[in-house]
Ligand binder design. Structure first.
Ligand SMILES: NC(=O)c1ccc[n+]([C@@H]2O[C@H](COP(=O)([O-])OP(=O)(O)OC[C@H]3O[C@@H](n4cnc5c(N)ncnc54)[C@H](O)[C@@H]3O)[C@@H](O)[C@H]2O)c1
Length: 366
């Protein structure tokens, strides 16, 4: 029997997840609060991206959506709704829940509650930081672990991309003020939108045994555009519980974009580059005195979500841990929040993880 997925949100990510699910042969229901969004999915976004509408996809307003009997419930709405919808989804007893990134805005409301409720219900919960389960990240990990570049000594991630591309893909929006993207407190701005970078940094810190982030010193620049107020750039200096130091930069200013992760070893470097060419990602290996080695990872945008859903389902059926697990996604949300707090206080902050995924876990280092 094929899997059944319900997707909240008929916008950009809702279309990606619906198409990926159909490619995997799943039964798909997409629901939205807005009838115009459902019409746009069927008449514009899906056919223009994937060639034709797929009539097997069931579309409905939230109030008409079936409840119960789903294997996976995915939440592809603006960040401020993710965790409340996830808590509601738990009542339907799916096998798993997938919330989009960022898991929640910096207020962290519902975060600790959802983590506890999902655990108690035995429902697996994930956050959609798809890059960490992509083939290029696995390749970079394998090379770094092989010993070729020596011991990992530094880690630097940048997701610097002007958001004009997002607005081109959402022609019904006139600018950041029309969407959560223009409001950092709702999970938008560079810190929320490009939090893939911070998540990748945290992922590699775990992979190489450096542990969780312990100290955060960040700087952000806030921009006002009409009613909107968002960080156009945030940079974090980070130290983990084992003393490892590194840096993350995210902005919505840079064109052409730079999305890279540099793993510096004692002998050489591995660099992961997202969308290096229109044909896909790339991993570069650089050792002093040797020619640069480039490994191409061919992929198209839909592959990101097919790989993500394949990973999520494999993790559910095998019962194995996943770097997309809710706790990891909430760790990222809390370090985003810590970045804003560090900028506000003009000081370094420390993460008190024993307080859980709550704002109280962010403690000034004074
Ligand atoms: N992993 C990725 O690479 C990736 C890519 C795109 C978007 N995203 C994330 O997905 C989320 C949505 O982004 P988007 O670009 O698809 O936004 P969007 O504006 O295109 O679509 C969001 C949709 O959610 C609907 N919605 C709002 N509240 C709802 C509710 N309570 N129930 C049902 N539907 C509701 C809106 O009407 C809208 O149609 C964001 O958190 C974003 O960061 C992730």
């Amino acid at each position: 029997m094929s899997n059944r997925i319900k997707i909240y949100g008929a916008g950009s990510i809702g279309n990606h997840l619906a198409q990926a699910s159909r490619t995997l042969g799943w039964e798909v229901t997409v629901c939205d609060l807005d009838g115009a969004a459902l019409k746009r999915m069927q008449g514009e976004i899906y056919p223009s991206r994937y060639g034709a509408w797929d009539p097997a996809i069931r579309l409905c307003l939230n109030g008409d959506a079936p409840r119960g009997g789903f294997d996976l419930i995915a939440i592809g709405t603006p960040p401020e709704h993710h965790l409340a919808l996830a808590l509601d989804a738990l009542k339907e007893a799916p096998r798993a829940i997938l919330a989009e990134k960022p898991a929640c805005p910096p207020h962290m409301n519902h975060a600790a509650e959802l983590l506890a409720a999902a655990k108690a219900a035995g429902v697996r919960a994930f956050v959609g930081y798809d890059h960490v389960v992509g083939r290029a990240a696995a390749l970079a990990t394998g090379i770094a672990r092989s010993g070729e570049i020596g011991e990992v000594v530094a880690l630097d991630v940048e997701f610097r991309e002007h958001w004009e591309g997002i607005f081109r893909a959402h022609p019904w929006l006139s600018g950041p003020q029309d969407t959560y993207l223009g409001y950092w407190e709702r999970g938008g701005g560079a810190s929320g939108e490009h939090s893939h970078a911070l998540n990748l940094w945290q992922h590699f810190a775990h992979v190489f045994g450096f542990g969780r982030v312990l100290e955060v010193e960040a700087m952000a620049t806030y921009v006002r555009e009409g009613a909107a107020i968002f960080d156009s750039i945030m940079s974090w200096n980070l130290r983990t519980e084992s003393g490892f130091q590194g840096r993350v930069v995210q902005d919505v200013l840079t064109r052409p974009s730079r999305k890279r992760c540099r793993i510096q070893g004692s002998r050489g470097t591995v660099e992961w580059v997202a969308n290096h060419t229109p044909e896909g990602d790339a991993v570069f290996v650089r050792l002093p005195g040797a020619p640069e080695r480039e490994v191409k990872v061919a992929k198209k945008r839909p592959d990101d979500f097919i790989e993500e859903l394949t990973h999520v389902w494999a993790s559910v059926t095998s019962g194995t841990d996943s770097p997309l697990g809710l706790e990891r996604g909430l760790d990222t949300a809390l370090v985003v929040a810590a970045g804003h707090e560090s900028e506000r206080l003009k000081t370094r902050v420390r993460m008190d993880w024993s307080a859980g995924h709550k704002r109280e876990a962010i403690v000034p280092c004074r």
